[in-house]
Design a protein around this ligand. Sequence first.
Ligand code: HEC
Length: 134
Amino acid sequence: MRFAPILTSAILFGSIFATNVIALESGEALYNDACATCHGAAGMGEGPLAEYMTVDVPNLTQLSVRNDGVFPMLAVIQTIDGRTGIRGHGSEMPVWGRQFKAETLAGSGIYGSEVYARGKVLSLAYYLESIQEE
Ligand code: HEC
């Protein structure tokens, strides 16, 4: 089986690549559903609900620029999840981790719903990473 390693790497690479593409696509769809009302379709804080907020809705395309050019992945994940107590500031931003977990189909059990919620938060974080401006 001389080709086995090549085949294995091709399959591995293919599935890692496919996972990223799926994460980005589902992240974008989730963003449009759950986040664009406040943060805006383009992520610049221009959503229709923004004017009703008591605090400014942040521009999510500037997260890297504001962090010395590095996307703050962990902070973004924790901010979106909201259950770790780490918030942007104030408490206007919904706690998505709890909400995504509650949405899980009955029967998937406590671990299933946790994995599901984290998957959604991660997909959103990947999507936000993809819309950063230089
Ligand atoms: C009800 C309006 C609203 C919705 C909906 C909303 N956000 Fe927010 N978001 C805010 C506000 C306001 C802030 C500023 C921090 C605060 O007050 O909690 C914020 C902060 C953030 C931050 C931190 C930004 C920074 O400058 O550090 C991220 C990341 C973020 N939101 C992502 C999301 C994602 C992803 C979604 C969808 C799952 C979402 N938000 C949905 C209002 C909203």
